[in-house]
Design a protein around this ligand. Structure first.
Ligand SMILES: NC(=O)c1ccc[n+]([C@@H]2O[C@H](COP(=O)([O-])OP(=O)(O)OC[C@H]3O[C@@H](n4cnc5c(N)ncnc54)[C@H](O)[C@@H]3O)[C@@H](O)[C@H]2O)c1
Length: 254
């Protein structure tokens, strides 16, 4: 029996089969969950990728900047499952001007887009799913360690710092409803989001060398396993936590 047997899980953020969310959806199904996906923009592409999962999974449209999408999400998910036990936020975006070493010149307009999509949406998604989480459950988001200023990560780093804080406030406010809220801070992985960061190579070169356990830039499974574990019944008293899945880099001095 899998660790998510009988659980109903919403996974956002599948774009390609390299997406962290794709690995989460696959592992969740393998561990016994019913999975519903959301996609942004290129829905036919997401549907094509979804067909590579072990089981068919419905794909619903969700742009986290679209209030109507959020307001109707619970009803649309409810057409496929009678409730949710887990929600995965695997969404991030920052305009090119907010990344790559342009920190001092990025406009508020571009910063606000990064914060809306990558930070505020963690709260919006969780709240949109509440009507389906009457029996409690788990919300998990994908983080990149925001305790340091990294090369080229710039305003996305600020967005992740906000995500870490938002996660703690959500944990505070949803705890009484039996909802746990946690983040998985993954090391660098070669996904579409990562490839769109100018200078991402700086991470690629140094991370595997620094990590005590080593680090495979193309393997999304370790981060996905942590997401699945956090949604299982094996972390019943853990909330507001950040689990690092980075080969150990966060623990090591320069
Ligand atoms: N790849 C890495 O190195 C890495 C490391 C740590 C954390 N993360 C985080 O993991 C998460 C998933 O990213 P990924 O690396 O799998 O890349 P990805 O490109 O596969 O996924 C990013 C997802 O965000 C979605 N998205 C963008 N704007 C959206 C919007 N307005 N509404 C809804 N969805 C939107 C995209 O459609 C895509 O599915 C992100 O939060 C990212 O910051 C990535």
């Amino acid at each position: 029996m899998g660790i998510l047997e009988g659980k109903r899980i919403l996974v956002t953020g599948v774009l390609t089969d390299a997406s962290i969310a794709f690995s989460v959806a696959k592992l969740a199904q393998e561990e016994g969950a019913s999975v519903v996906l959301t996609g942004f923009g290129r829905l036919s592409l997401v549907e094509r990728i979804a067909r590579r999962l072990p089981e068919p999974a419905p794909v619903l449209e969700l742009d986290v900047q679209n209030t109507e999408h959020l307001d109707t999400l619970a009803a649309r998910v409810g057409e496929h499952v009678d409730g949710l036990d887990g929600v995965v936020h695997s969404i991030g975006f920052a305009p090119q001007t907010a990344l790559g070493g342009n920190f001092l010149n990025t406009t508020w307009e571009d910063v606000s887009t990064a914060l809306h999509v990558s930070t505020y949406s963690f709260k919006s998604l969780a709240v949109a799913c509440l009507p389906l989480m009457k029996e409690g459950g788990a919300v998990v988001g994908l983080d990149f360690d925001a305790t340091k200023a990294w090369p080229v990560y710039d305003w996305m780093g600020v967005a992740k710092a906000g995500l870490e804080s938002a996660s703690r406030y959500l944990a505070r406010d949803l705890g009484k409803q039996g909802i746990r809220v946690n983040l998985v801070a993954a090391g660098p992985l070669r996904t579409m989001a990562a490839k769109s960061i100018p200078g991402f190579k700086e991470f690629e070169d140094s991370w595997p060398e620094k990590a005590p356990l080593g680090w495979d830039l193309s393997d999304t499974v370790p981060a996905a396993k942590a997401c699945v574990a956090l949604m299982s019944d094996w972390f019943p008293a853990t909330t507001g936590e950040i689990v690092h899945v980075d080969g150990g880099v966060h623990a090591i001095g320069a």
